[in-house]
Design a protein around this ligand. Structure first.
Ligand code: SF4
Ligand code: SF4
Length: 477
């Protein structure tokens, strides 16, 4: 019996001259067809059956449609006429959201910083008179035990990779806690309280790095990300010491000490206005001067006095794509775009763009309070408990349960967006600042996502057409 199909609202059309890409935002597999075929295929949306469409169309188009049908079915460009789009989205919501399990722990060794960067999203949100603190070694120990208990709440996930992030403020301002944390992680890995696959990361401005700290970081195989925004002018344009002194020379000095000690060191590059305005120089610094093989770009968040131009969002999105085109030829790993590329290439839905969304991370403040996102250190909004709480379970906690659902899959405003399946929803903190709720849109991030998706689709098409001669009826492998 002939199967009945229908056009779904999750299918989107991307036009490019005589070729169109049809793309289901939840299936993530583009199908390339001649533009003239789009209206024929869309007739399934008006309730027409295959035989009716074939009868009404030219023999040539009818043949093409029949040939295309298996691919359109496989990529869910057309779906079973029986079900509804509400049922489809509900399936993805149930499967991907609402199941918090903590696998990342941020240790805020101090919330103080020796720098006063203009775009800092942590310090800019701290209320007047905020009292900065140092984490004690006792809090480090208790925090580690707290994390060890949480990762056993779902024993089936215990052996999966865990990440401990050494973070601040500037974490190297608290040397005692830094040493104690590295020691505590090592002990717990050895006696099985932490899984073997426990990665350690640190984000630092590198100005306080010494040979001693670099050696420790190398010995403990810590993945270090040094914040550098491009060349001297770009980095100094937004990053500075508290007293306004320039930072670039000290940062690069620290970076070089880390490199010489054999530390696994990369760059965290916040795309300041200057970084994107002079992006060739930003790239030159990253690739030729620092010679890094892993980095992450950050788009500037709102909620501070740092001003960007009206076309910043578009420029930042294009810069990240431009960088990726170079990086993939040179085996350089850039985290922000790779999340999207991975999702697209594997046709795997990407529900959350950070550990907080999804309810997958804890943030341990210097005083032992436990929250979900370090951006709220100042206000302690979305902080749920403390490290002394021996019964805390994210699955019974309203903060973690809410964040575990904070995905575009659960946001009506995202439902008809083509980037729905590769987006992850950006930064809920930024959305909260912009729109008063973590359920709002992180609009700057939307530009990055939609621009990247468009590029991914046509980049795939270009790769396919350079490998084969025909330009029509291309389907993903
Ligand atoms: S909400 Fe997520 S992306 Fe935004 S600051 Fe917090 S952890 Fe980072
Ligand atoms: S957050 Fe923006 S880009 Fe992402 S799905 Fe929603 S509307 Fe689209």
């Amino acid at each position: 019996m002939e199967k009945d199909y229908r056009w779904t609202t999750f299918t989107h059309v991307f036009e490019n001259g005589s070729v169109c890409a049809l793309y289901n935002s939840l299936k993530l597999k583009p199908i390339f067809v001649e533009s003239e075929m789009v209206e024929v295929i869309k007739r399934f949306g008006n309730g027409a059956t295959l035989s009716e469409i074939i009868t009404d169309t030219s023999p040539e188009q009818g043949n093409k449609l029949e040939r295309l049908l298996p691919a359109l079915d496989d990529a869910k460009i057309l779906v079973d006429a029986e079900g509804t789009d509400d049922e489809i989205i509900q399936f993805f919501r149930d499967h991907h959201t609402g199941h918090p399990y903590v696998s990342i722990a941020y240790f805020i060794l101090t919330d103080a910083c020796n720098f006063g960067c203009k775009y800092c999203f942590v310090e800019s949100r701290m209320p007047k008179g905020y009292r900065f603190r140092m984490m004690s070694t006792e809090t480090v120990e208790k925090g580690l035990d707290f994390f060890c208990r949480l990762i056993r709440l779902k024993p089936e996930f215990f052996e999966e990779e865990k990440t401990i992030v050494i973070y601040g403020g500037e974490p190297l301002m608290n040397n005692d806690a830094f040493i104690s944390l590295l020691k505590g992680i090592q002990e717990r890995k050895q006696d099985g309280r932490l899984p073997k696959k426990t990665e350690i990361s640190m984000v630092t401005n590198a100005a306080l790095v010494t040979s001693e700290t670099a050696r420790l970081l190398a010995d403990h195989k810590v993945n270090v990300a040094v914040s550098i925004d491009g060349d001297e002018a770009a980095t100094n344009s937004a990053r500075q010491y508290k007293d306004g002194k320039l930072v670039f020379a000290d940062v690069v000095h620290g970076f070089n000490i880390l490199r010489e000690a054999g530390t696994n060191v990369g760059v965290s590059c916040t795309l300041s206005q200057r970084s994107v305005d002079d992006f060739d120089s930003t790239m030159e610094t990253i690739l030729e001067r620092l010679k890094v093989d892993s980095l992450g770009f950050n788009i500037v968040l709102s909620g501070n006095d740092y001003e960007v131009s009206g076309d910043y969002d578009e420029k930042a999105a294009r810069a990240i794509i431009k960088a990726f085109e170079t990086f993939r030829k040179r085996n350089v790993f850039e985290d922000r775009i790779m999340r999207k590329v991975d999702s697209f290439v594997k046709s795997e839905l990407y529900a959350f763009d950070c550990g907080a969304a999804g309810g997958g991370q804890i943030v341990i403040a210097p005083d032992g309070q436990v929250g979900i996102c370090h951006g709220y250190l100042g206000s302690r909004k979305h902080f749920a408990t403390t490290i002394d709480d021996a019964t805390f379970n994210p699955q019974n906690d309203s903060v973690f349960m809410e964040w575990s659902r904070r995905s575009p899959l659960n946001m009506d405003i995202c439902r008809e967006c083509p980037a729905l399946g590769i987006c992850g929803g950006g930064c809920p903190l930024n959305a909260d600042f912009e729109e008063g709720s973590i359920w709002g849109l992180d609009k700057r991030f939307c530009t990055h996502c939609k621009t990247t998706l468009d590029w991914l689709i046509w980049d795939l098409y270009n790769q396919m057409t350079t490998k084969t001669s025909s330009v029509t009826e291309k389907t993903t492998p």
